[in-house]
Design a protein around this ligand. Structure first.
Ligand code: LMR
Length: 396
C-alpha cells in the first residue's frame, strides 16, 4: 500500500540544509537554517552549557520520567526570563508554564490546546511568517489566516496594513506575533507601535500567541521583551512559546516552554491540567537534558553572567556582519537599495531577492538562501562575505 504514496516535498528550510550537505562545491555558503555560527562558520557549544553539563553529569541520580509538564524549577525561571522577576504575572501565579520539546513543540501544544478548548478558533499569522507556523497549527487541526505585515517596496514594516489586518480579526481569535527578530523578515514594530498593537488586541478582545524564539538576539534580553511586556497588560490573557535553541545554543536538545497567562491562579491550574492532557497524548513527557542545562545556568549567578556575556557576543557578531553585509552589498550593487539589511534585527535578513534569483544563487554560485529571500546573517563570515556580495551583485 505504500507504493501508492507520493513523496512529500522537502522542507522549505531544513530541506535546503540537506541539499547543502550533498553539494560537493568547496566554496559553498550556507545561509539557510536559523542557527548561530561563529567567525569560523561553526555552531559552538557555549562554555556555560559545557559547565552545566559537567555538573549535571556528576549529580544526575536517575533517568526516571520527568513530570508531564517537565522540570518543576524550569517553569518559574522561564516566566522570570520573559516577563521579569518582579512582573505582576511572574508573582501573581496567574500564569502557568510547561516545558516543551523546543519552540516548535510549544507551538504544537498551544495549537492543540486552543483547538480543543475553543472549537472553530482561527490563528492569524503575519504575512510572511515562519513557514512552519501554518504547518504546525494546521497539523493540530486549527484554521490559519493571515494579516498584513511586510512592505515589499520598502523592505520594512507595513504598519498601516498590520493595524488594518488586526482590526478586522473576529473577537476571540488568536493572533500569532513574533516577540522580536521577526522570522523571516528581521523587521519588528517599534516600542510605540507595540503600544498600538496592544491597544487593538485589547479593544478587539483577541488572544495573542507570542513566538519568542530569539530573546537576546535583537538588542538584548530585556530590550527584546518589550513587545511581549507591552501586550501583558493588567488582566490580559496571552500565550508565549519560548525557545532556548538559539539563546542557549541547545538546538538538538529540544528545549522550549509554553506559558499561558490567564486571569487568576485557579484558572491557571485548570489550564495546566488541559495542557498536560494534550502533552500526554502526544509525547507523554519532555526530555530532561536541555531543561536541566537551562535551569542549572539560570540558578547560578556566575553561570548566568557567563551566559549573558556569551549571548551578547553572539548578538554582537551578527550585528557586526549585518553592517558589513549592508556596506558590502551597497558597494557591489550600487543600483540596489540594501539599507534595510543594516536596520533589520536578529538572525535573519530579508534580502528582497525573488525565488528565481535565489535559485540562480544556489545553482550558479553555491550560495544557499531560503527561497523567500531570507538569509541567515549568522552564516556570514569574514571569509565568505566578499564572494557572497559579488554573487548577489551578479544575479541581480
Ligand atoms: C529557522 O527558521 O531557520 C529556524 O527556526 C529553524 C527551523 O526549525 O526552521
Amino acid at each position: 500500500m505504500f507504493n501508492q504514496l507520493e513523496a512529500a516535498p522537502p522542507d522549505a528550510i531544513l530541506g535546503l540544509n540537506e541539499a547543502f550537505g550533498r553539494d560537493a562545491r568547496p566554496e559553498k555558503i550556507n545561509l539557510t537554517t536559523g542557527v548561530y555560527k561563529n567567525a569560523h562558520g561553526q555552531t559552538p557549544v557555549l562554555s556555560c552549557v559545557k559547565e552545566a553539563e559537567r555538573r549535571l553529569l556528576e549529580s544526575e541520580a536517575s533517568k526516571g520520567y520527568l513530570g508531564i509538564d517537565g522540570l518543576p524549577e524550569f517553569s518559574g525561571r522561564v516566566r522570570e526570563l520573559i516577563f521579569g522577576a518582579d512582573h505582576e504575572i511572574t508573582v501573581s501565579g496567574r500564569a502557568t508554564s510547561i516545558q516543551a520539546p523546543g519552540g516548535t513543540g510549544a507551538l504544537r501544544v498551544a495549537a492543540e490546546f486552543l483547538g480543543k478548548a475553543f472549537p472553530g478558533v482561527t490563528i492569524w499569522c503575519s504575512q510572511p511568517t515562519w513557514p512552519n507556523h501554518p504547518a504546525i497549527f494546521q497539523a493540530a487541526g486549527v484554521e490559519v489566516a493571515e494579516y498584513g505585515y511586510f512592505d515589499e517596496t520598502t523592505n520594512g514594516l507595513n504598519f498601516a496594513s498590520m493595524l488594518d489586518g488586526l482590526a478586522a480579526i473576529p473577537a476571540g481569535d488568536v493572533v500569532c506575533l513574533h516577540a522580536c527578530c521577526h522570522n523571516p523578515t528581521g523587521v519588528d514594530p517599534t516600542a510605540q507601535q507595540w503600544e498600538q498593537v496592544a491597544e487593538i488586541i485589547e479593544s478587539r478582545d483577541l488572544l495573542p500567541l507570542v513566538d519568542f524564539a530569539y530573546q537576546g538576539f535583537g538588542d538584548g534580553l530585556e530590550e527584546d521583551a518589550t513587545g511581549l511586556r507591552t501586550l501583558a497588560r493588567p488582566g490580559r490573557r496571552l500565550l508565549v512559546a519560548s525557545s532556548f535553541s538559539k539563546n542557549f545554543g541547545l538546538y538538538r536538545e529540544r528545549v522550549g516552554a509554553l506559558t499561558v497567562v490567564t486571569g487568576d491562579a485557579d484558572t491557571a491550574g485548570i489550564v495546566l491540567s488541559r495542557l498536560k492532557q494534550t502533552i500526554r497524548a502526544n509525547y507523554s513527557n519532555p526530555p530532561a537534558h536541555g531543561a536541566g542545562v537551562v535551569t542549572t545556568i539560570l540558578d547560578d549567578d556566575l553561570l548566568r553572567k557567563e551566559w549573558q556575556t556569551e549571548l551578547n557576543g553572539m548578538r554582537e557578531r551578527i550585528n557586526d556582519m549585518r553592517q558589513r553585509l549592508a556596506t558590502g552589498l551597497a558597494a557591489a550593487a550600487p543600483d540596489h537599495d540594501f539599507t534595510n539589511v543594516g536596520t533589520q534585527r536578529g538572525m535573519f535578513s530579508f534580502s528582497g531577492l525573488s525565488p528565481a534569483q535565489v535559485d540562480r544563487l544556489r545553482e550558479e554560485h553555491a550560495v544557499y538562501l531560503v527561497r523567500n529571500g531570507r538569509m541567515n546573517v549568522a552564516g556570514v563570515t569574514e571569509e565568505n562575505i566578499g564572494r557572497l556580495c559579488e554573487s548577489i551583485a551578479t544575479i541581480l
